[in-house]
Structure formats: C-alpha cells, structure tokens
Design a protein around this ligand. Structure first.
Ligand code: FAD
Length: 446
C-alpha cells in the first residue's frame, strides 16, 4: 500500500514525538512502502510505547562500584586495558575464534599494553598488586577469554614458574624478553593419562645422563605450546620419584609439538599434544626451585585466584552483551528488555556477576594483607565463580534466542569459552575437594 498524505503527517508527528528530525521522513516513507497498515500501527505503538524509556540507562557490569576501591592511577590502568580490549581485540575475536587461529598481529601491541600497565621491573606475577592484577584479568576476559588465557599461560604459569623456581641466570635469560612479549611461554603439567591426579601419578620421566636431562613421556593441553619459544615441562625424576621442572626450548631434538584440534571452547588459544622422545635438556635448564609437587601447588594457588577473576570477567562481558541485545531486540512491539521474565534473567546475571566480583575483591584483599593466597581461599573462589559463570552465560545465551548460538552476537563465544575455564587449573571437583579437606580436615580425593 502506498503511504498517503494523511499517514505522512502522522509520521511527521511521530518523528517529533521520538525527537527525530523531519529530514528522516522521506527515507522512512520509502522504507515503509511495502508495509501493511497493521504493521505500521504496531511499529507506531512500539516506538511511542510508554514502556520504552526516553533515556536507556548505561550498561554497567560493575553495579557495586568495585572500581571505586582503586586509586585514580589504578583506575586509569583498568581503563587502558579495557580500551585496548574493546578497540583492538573485540573486533577480531569472533573471526579468529571461528578459524581457530591465534591473532599474531596483536602480540606487539598487546606486549606494549602489558609493558605500560604490568611492566614494572623486575617481573612479578602480580606486579599490580593482587586486586588490580585480578581486575586486569577480569577486564581481559570481559572481552575475550582466549586472550586472557594466552596471557595467563605466558605471564602467570610460564613466567611465574621461572620467577618462583628459576635460578638468577634463568631469570635473567628469559624474563626480560618475555616481559616484552619478544618470546612466548608455555606450561605443561597435564598428561594424556593423568589430569587431576598429576600429584600422584605423573608418567613423564626425567633421568640424568652425561650432565644433561633426558625427558620421555607425553603432555596434553599445553597452552601456547605451538607458538611458544619455551615450555616449562614437568617430569618425575626417576631417581627419587619427585616432580621436577625443565625449560624446554623450541626446536630441542625429541620435543614434538602438535596443535590440538577440534576444540569447542577457547578456539583462539593454541593448545598442544606434546611427545617427549629422549628429549635432551641441558642441566642448566632445570628449574632448581621445583623439588616436589608441593611447589607446583603453591604456584597454582596464585594462578587459580586469577582464573576466578577471569571467570568474573566472562560473566560480566556476557551480562553486558545480553543487556545490550535485550534493549535492542524488538518482539511483540517492545524491546525484549521490557518483559518481566527477561528482566528476571538479566537481574540474575547481574547478581551473579556482583557476587563474583565482591568475592574476588575480598580474596585479593586477604592476599594483599597476608602477602600470599591460601589454596582453599583460591579454590573456593574458583568453585563459586565457575558455577556462577556457567549459570550466567547460560542465561545470557538463552535470552538471545537463536542468536545466542551465533558468533556474530558474541554471547555464544562467552558461553562456549566458559567451559574451558570451568575445567582448567583444577576442575570444579578438585577445587571443591581442596576446600572440603580444609574445612573438615579429611582429604576425600581418593
Ligand atoms: C582449554 C584448556 C587449556 C588447558 N591448558 C593447560 C596448560 O596450559 N597446561 C596444562 O598442563 N594443562 C592445561 N589444561 C589441562 C587442565 O588443567 C586439565 O584438563 C584438568 O586439570 C583436568 O584434567 P583432565 O582433563 O585430564 O580431567 P580428569 O582428571 O580425567 O577428570 C575427569 C573428571 O573426573 C573428575 N575427577 C577426577 N578425579 C576425581 C576425584 N578424585 N574425585 C572427584 N572427581 C574426580 C574431574 O573433576 C573431572 O570432572 C588445559 C585444559 C583446557 C581444557
């Protein structure tokens, strides 16, 4: 039906009502050319509906103002990381995720970002202090959990091991270049046959021969390994059966790295299957500070605390993207954000995010107060945040309807990526058992 002069003046009134200039009229009339009077009526009703707010509130995943606990200088660092993630990473995230490739093009600028924010010399795993380090991880994962994981493996696990357990010579050789991201690090504890039980059953062996170490065995999942210059490999010393750690450099004979394919989560992160076949490592590449699995566990408490913050970031990002979608998606003539059940889902998501943030804040405050984080406090945060993250991304994915499974609308990526965070750095069950042992005094692992 062709629009009449009468409907033109109606549209003109409508444009004034919604505060749009009359210059929009010709374009609008053109677009409405093939639309029925009933549909135009529904459209008018939806645009003029009293339920549509004149000003849409800003989307804010920090409802309890946790950023307020930071100094102005710290807030500027948080903002710098957020801006980088929004401007540089977000536009590329879905495309690389779908291809299962790592965005090498980002490494120089990401390295500069970390240099300008974390880059105090000498290297420290939580260079920004426990709270801001946690918030930085949250900010990365708020946009892309894969980039957070790339950072977590390189900075927290690999550099963290060298810093905590390395000799002065090893630190001097590796840390400055890794801090600049000129060299990339990986970390390999898990094995094909041994995941949760690495403390008891590691199968990879290390034996000393003619002043060098010979490694044999296999590793699975090692993050960044296909692109890394150095990998921290854990193996059981055949003489005393204790866990030891070695810096294995790319290209070492007997060190075979194969990219792990077929992941449905964190597809940008390059994980690997590794075979060690009489892999000869110089004696100088053994990390002297690792003499048993207890040392590894000490490091894992720190990195698990960071993962709890990252889980918070995943939930926060999913909440913000879902709210944005709900404000824009029109059904039955209204934005879906106007429906009670949708609001219920959004509020549940926000409540989860807020609970995760406040728990992580307190965990980091205790870490700062005590100068260390206990296993059980880090594990409790990972257990709680893991559960709430999964619930949050699942609600978000549902609220997007069919678009909730399309990468284009982002929440699908959060939904899928949450699954890897839920399992890595100790599964939900393992972390639960760590807390269970602490509160009952009884280890229930076996
Ligand atoms: C994306 C991704 C990245 C990773 N990156 C790395 C990395 O960089 N380096 C690295 O070393 N590893 C890495 N991992 C490995 C990760 O740490 C392991 O997947 C994890 O420790 C669990 O081991 P598993 O997968 O072998 O599971 P399993 O140990 O086989 O567990 C299977 C299930 O059994 C449960 N279970 C096991 N034992 C018990 C018990 N006693 N009581 C109750 N339940 C139990 C577990 O909780 C789990 O639900 C990564 C994993 C993923 C998914």
């Amino acid at each position: 039906m062709a629009p009449t002069n009468q409907s033109h003046s109606g549209l003109s009134r409508l444009l004034q009502q919604v505060r749009l200039p009359n210059s929009w009229l010709p374009e609008m009339v053109r677009s409405l050319g093939g639309v029925s009077p009933q549909e135009i009526g529904l459209l008018l009703k939806s645009i003029t509906s009293k339920r549509r707010p004149k000003v849409v509130p800003p989307i804010n995943g920090d409802f309890y103002d946790i950023a307020d606990t930071l100094s102005a200088e710290e807030q500027a660092i948080q903002q710098q990381i957020r801006t980088y993630m929004e401007q540089r990473v977000r536009p590329l995230a879905a495309e690389y995720w779908e291809r299962g490739e790592f965005p090498h093009e980002l490494v120089p600028s990401f390295g500069r970002l970390i240099g300008e924010t974390f880059g105090r010399q000498p290297y420290a795993i939580d260079a920004l202090g426990p709270t801001l380090t946690g918030i930085a991880c949250m900010e990365m994962a708020r946009v892309d959990a894969s980039i957070y994981t790339f950072f977590g493996v390189h900075w927290g696990l690999c550099m963290g091991s060298i810093s905590m357990f390395g000799s002065d010579a090893q630190k001097a050789q590796w840390l400055p270049a890794m801090q600049r991201f000129d060299l990339i690090g990986s970390w390999a504890l898990t094995e094909p046959n041994i995941g949760s039980a690495t403390a008891a059953g590691m199968e990879t062996t290390a034996r000393q021969e003619n002043g060098q170490w010979i490694l044999n065995g296999a590793k699975k999942w090692s993050g960044n390994a296909p692109i890394a210059d150095v990998n921290v490999i854990f193996a059981r010393d055949v003489t005393n059966h204790k866990v030891a750690a070695f810096l294995v450099e790319r290209g070492t004979p007997g060190y075979h790295v194969e990219k792990l394919e077929g992941k449905i989560s964190l597809r940008v992160v390059q994980n690997a299957d590794i075979r060690l076949e009489n892999c000869k490592v110089p004696a100088a590449n053994r990390l002297p500070g690792v003499t048993s699995f207890r040392d590894v566990a000490r490091q894992l408490a720190v990195t698990r605390a960071a993962v709890a913050w990252a889980m918070t970031g995943v939930a926060m990002g999913a909440y913000e993207r879902t709210l944005d979608y709900a404000n824009q998606r029109i059904q039955f003539g209204r934005p879906i954000a106007a429906f009670q059940m949708v609001q219920n889902g959004l509020v549940q998501m926000l409540a989860n995010v807020t609970a995760m943030q406040t728990m992580c804040m307190r965990m980091s405050q205790l870490y700062a107060r005590d100068g260390k984080i206990s296993h059980e406090r880090a594990s409790l945060a990972k257990v709680f945040c893991g559960e709430k993250m999964r619930e949050t991304v699942s609600i978000g994915r549902g609220l997007l309807g069919g678009n909730g499974i399309l990468l284009e609308h982002e929440v699908a990526r959060y939904f899928a990526d949450a699954e890897a965070l839920y399992s890595y750095e100790g599964t939900h069950e393992m972390n639960t058992l760590i807390v269970g042992r602490a509160i009952t005094g009884i280890g229930a692992f076996i």
